[in-house]
Ligand binder design. Structure first.
Ligand code: ZN
Length: 483
């Protein structure tokens, strides 16, 4: 090869290489590649009821009319991790924790049945590891704080079983937190947000490393939760109230408060939460009455032999049929919500909380989890780039989960550094039959780490047979002061 010919060949080769490199960069920035390279995390799916009540197996590829999630659809949608909802229907009164435990077990059962395709996950690192192993990661969140039966010990047990978020309320106000679902119902006793115990629940969640989920809660509960929480909060499945006036959607001020708190709002896909026209049509009181009567009739005529309540999943077909009379909103409505939250709260504070298998209507083009690539495509068409889309699809949630884990480690280290007695320490000593004089010695020696609120006074009074003992202990606590 003459030098001249060599140079020409070299020039040709280098232009070929440049073209190839340019082409590959470009390909990586195309929607399909953006979607395929993302770690996608969805924070809310109600599939566990199907596992438990219908014996549904994730390996079954069922029609979208029956379910939004199965292993085939997960693969098509490239879903990396799902937070399965441990949703305890208020009808299970008296058995909330048992119902939650059964639902938790149903998720573990799925992971055990499909070890090649899925795995349980408990941390942000677990989600990433599962992704590297090409496995779908299953996580769990409790929906409805009533599941802990007003017992902090149960909260800790649920954490130990792998629960990584708890929605402080569902649509029902519980004994320590108000819900947006019944806040206007005068027959329901409310607390103006969180009670002292409710605030302690938030603090204990921080200490454990369980994400505080403010979806469903009343506005007062929301503002108090972000104030008390030392870790970022999440809304596991909530959309924008500015765009769609559903009371459990979030106002722009709330979005800004979550941004300041470092948290993330995961957009709910339900038609009535993302489209005002659909919400108006489906809120017609006459039509609602007709639906509720039909459901009530079904529940009445299908009682369980053991007296357990008839679950949502048994009559959901009626609700789906009813919902189908209202036209599905365009995909644009869902994208508008993501876009709005990204603009008001910032690109670091928005994600996806589909509510799959828990809603009776989804926007057009989203029939199941298999259609997630359409969301990426639509965001891309609006000008979102690869990095921004990756944040929305899962990056933001992973950041928050990591931060929640870090804050928990920090709080646990602080607790170790201080030997002041917590209220629970004192309760434990009483339960272990420590004599009152000994208990008072301990209080004098170590001091206490809490304020003696009226709620705690009431609780202490109930712990002692002799009211004088309770008075002496409370006096010692007051004297010891908060350390
Ligand atoms: Zn919900």
């Amino acid at each position: 090869m003459t030098p001249k010919r060599f140079l020409i060949a070299l020039a040709l080769l280098s232009s070929f290489v440049t073209a190839q490199t340019k082409k590959s960069t470009k390909t990586a920035d195309l929607p399909r590649a953006i979607h395929e390279s993302a770690i996608i995390v969805d924070t809310h799916a109600d599939t566990p009821q199907r596992f438990l009540d219908e014996n549904f197996d994730l390996g079954q590829n069922t029609p979208v009319s029956e379910g939004h999630i199965d292993l085939d659809k997960i693969k098509k949608g490239n879903l990396g991790a799902e937070f399965f909802s441990i949703w305890v229907e208020p009808e299970f009164k008296g058995h909330y924790a048992k119902r939650a435990l059964d639902l938790i077990d149903s998720v573990y059962q799925q992971a055990a049945r499909h070890p090649a395709q899925m795995t349980m996950a408990f941390t942000a690192s677990d989600i990433i590891r599962a992704h590297q192993q090409h496995k779908f990661a299953a996580l769990m969140g409790i929906e409805g704080g009533h599941a802990i039966e007003n017992d902090i010990h149960l909260l800790r047990d649920f954490y130990r079983l792998g629960v990584r978020y708890m929605t402080l309320t569902w649509s029902n106000t519980n004994e320590w937190a108000d819900s947006s679902g019944d806040i206007k119902n005068p027959d329901v006793p409310h607390h103006k947000g969180l009670t002292d115990f409710g605030k302690d629940v938030v603090r204990e969640m921080n200490r454990l490393g369980m994400m505080v989920d403010i979806s469903h809660v009343s506005d007062d509960t929301f503002y108090q939760a972000v104030l008390v929480s030392r870790a970022p909060v999440i809304a596991s499945h909530s959309s924008s109230r500015e765009l769609t006036k559903a009371p459990r959607n979030m106002t722009d001020d709330m979005l800004r408060a979550v941004a300041r708190n470092g948290g993330v709002v995961m957009v709910n896909f339900y038609s009535a939460f993302i489209d005002q026209q659909y919400l108006d049509a489906s809120s017609d009181p006459e039509k609602l009455k007709q639906r509720d009567a039909e459901v009530a009739e079904y529940v009445k005529s299908h009682p369980h032999e053991d007296g357990s309540p008839v679950g949502y999943n048994e009559y959901v077909a009626i609700e789906k049929k009813w919902a189908a009379q209202f036209p599905r909103p365009p995909l644009k409505s869902l994208i508008d919500h993501i876009d709005h939250i990204a603009k008001v709260a910032g690109i670091d504070h928005v994600g996806l909380g589909s509510d799959f298998d828990g809603v009776t209507s989804l926007p057009q083009q989203i029939d199941s989890v298999a259609d997630l690539p359409r969301i990426t495509q639509a965001l891309y068409d609006r000008g979102y780039n690869r990095q921004q889309i990756h944040k929305i699809l899962g990056g933001n949630l992973l950041r928050v989960l990591r931060e929640v884990e870090r804050v928990a480690r920090q709080i646990q280290a602080e607790h170790k550094a201080s030997d002041a007695l917590s209220f629970e320490d004192i309760e434990l000593m009483i339960h272990n039959y420590m004599t009152t004089p000994h208990l008072i010695d301990q209080i004098n020696e170590h001091g206490v780490s809490f304020d003696l609120t009226s709620e705690r006074r009431e609780k202490l009074k109930g712990e002692f047979k002799d009211p004088q003992d309770a008075d002496k202990v409370m006096e010692a606590i007051t004297k010891a002061g908060r350390k």
